[in-house]
Design a protein around this ligand. Structure first.
Ligand code: PHE
Length: 331
């Protein structure tokens, strides 16, 4: 067999093949199962011939490889040239993910407080009864302690009903002055409706320093609300009661839907509740070993979903958890 001629012919045929099927015809002719070279390789008895034929086969395979690459390039070039391939057509859309609206709002709130010199402090969602109620001077018979309001894991352990136990933990773990915000998930046995959910996020704020007054609380909430809602929204403070603050207040913001006129979202009051607040009760300081004659403080706990509703005009809390991409994709 004239292997030199075999090689010459094969390489020439690969070089002149015009398309992919041409290349595979040449392959069958020179490298296929019944072509002379593979048959000869099967019959090889001596080392020298084996080496010769194997290196010949390698050279032919390289020739085939180069030919395949060339015809593939020519195919694309020809399709573009003939208008068969429209490179301006839109590709397959690949939707981008994003942070959930509630997460965006939580981070925005955190940023506002970081800007005012606060620190973000992370508490636990599971609390003992002491931190969730006792240390916050919540009386034994208080309705919030009942099995029908609170999720008890056992007699002494609850899913925290508010972020206020974080106040206690923070004060137990460090000395004043303290300026912290604690965002986190809370749990209550509430029936879901447009403004209630058995699980929701709160953000607790605690400031402890010398000479803190209720005016500091009001100024902080005002600065925070303006940063978040803009100057057109008004904020009001009305008296309330919490076991761990004295005096206690609640903050409301003018309704996003009617602007204060009264509508179904604000139950015709013109206002929407943001949450509770107050001046830290001296007994709470005593419970964590702070001297109430030296230290004073304010605290508040606002609902993050409520703030997100107010911020973006969302009429129903449940929309956050339905995960309808038509809703979530707008933010
Ligand atoms: N923890 C209270 C609640 O869940 C809110 C609050 C926080 C009130 C801090 C006063 C001070 O409703």
């Amino acid at each position: 067999m004239d292997w030199d001629a075999y090689e010459r012919d094969a390489l020439r045929d690969f070089d002149t093949a015009r398309d992919a099927s041409g290349v595979s015809e040449v392959h069958v002719r020179y490298l296929g199962r019944r072509a002379a070279l593979p048959l000869a390789l099967r019959e090889v008895r001596d080392r020298e011939t084996g080496q010769l034929l194997n290196s010949l086969r390698e050279r032919l395979e390289q020739g085939e490889h180069a030919a395949s690459a060339r015809v593939a390039r020519e195919h694309v070039a020809q399709q573009i040239g003939s208008g068969g391939l429209d490179v301006t057509l839109p590709g397959t859309p690949f939707p981008r993910g994003r942070l959930h609206l509630v997460t965006q709002v939580r981070r925005e709130i955190e940023d506002i407080f970081l800007g005012m010199g606060y620190e973000v402090w992370d508490g636990d969602e599971v609390s003992d009864v002491y931190h969730n109620f006792d240390a916050l001077t919540t009386e034994p018979g208080h309705p919030s302690r009942s099995q029908s309001d609170t999720f008890y894991l056992d007699g002494d352990t609850v899913l925290r009903t508010h972020t206020s136990p974080d106040q206690i933990r923070a004060m137990e773990s460090r000395e004043p002055p303290i300026y912290i915000v604690c965002p986190g998930r809370c749990y209550r046995r509430d029936t879901p409706d447009a403004t209630h959910s058995p699980t929701f996020l709160q953000i607790e704020c605690l400031a402890v320093d010398r000479g803190i007054t209720l005016a500091d609380l009001q100024g902080t909430v005002l600065a925070f609300s303006r940063a978040l809602f803009g100057p057109e929204r008004e904020v009001r403070m009305r008296t309330s009661f919490f076991p761990f603050t004295e005096p206690s207040v609640e903050f409301d913001v003018t309704c996003f839907l009617c602007g204060g006129e009264g509508c179904t979202v604000c139950k015709h009051s013109g206002w929407i509740e943001m949450g509770g607040a107050g001046w830290v009760d001296p007994d709470v300081f005593r419970n964590v070993g702070y001297d109430p004659d030296v230290w004073a403080g304010f605290a508040f706990g606002f609902g993050i979903e409520r703030i997100a509703m107010l911020r973006h005009g969302i009429p129903d809390l449940r929309m956050f958890w339905e995960n309808d991409l038509r809703v979530l994709g707008q933010f």
